[in-house]
Write a protein of this length. Sequence first.
Length: 213
Amino acid sequence: MPLPRTLGELKSSEYHEARVRRSSVKDEMRRNLIARLEGNEAVFPGIVGFDDSVIPQIVNALLSRHNFILLGLRGQAKSRILRELVNLLDEAMPTIEGCEINDNPYQPLCKACRLMIEARGDQTPISFVPRANRYVEKLATPDVTIADLIGDLDPIKAARGGHLLADELPIHYGLLPRANLGRFASNERRDLASEVQVGLCNIRQEGDVRDGG
């Protein structure tokens, strides 16, 4: 069966509003994890030695819809585990075509997508993002800034589009917004500058984003 190509087709498909609008990434992963557990499938195939320690704790965190931090020595499969989490996402996810942050078609965040839906309605084009593209990982280094991770206002983008700097449209999105409706992992987080670590913790714990703009 071909995938829906417009918002109108999406509404009458299996990706209807009741399923997509209210389902968070954590709900999605929890649903797929429960299906794996009920089918006696391996949650992390290829990971050896953690069956009675680390994996049960991660399973509990995912079932509880928690964020978590993996601590351990080099070579203990921390990155491998993070990358395996992608397989608990749905095979494909609908998004507004061309959106930089993979917006939910029923609940768009960015202004460009909201304006497109206002203008085109049910003819708004839809594309699907494979789960492999819904994982963003950043190796932390001391030179990483909040602008790299969160984003910042782009004066050149504003000038070319004739927008005010107070507008949303000239925002240049960082890695974290581009992981919207996906998974974001910061590897070797201790190497980040202290203010960047505080910013990430604030997002993780409070759901609050702040930058210098």
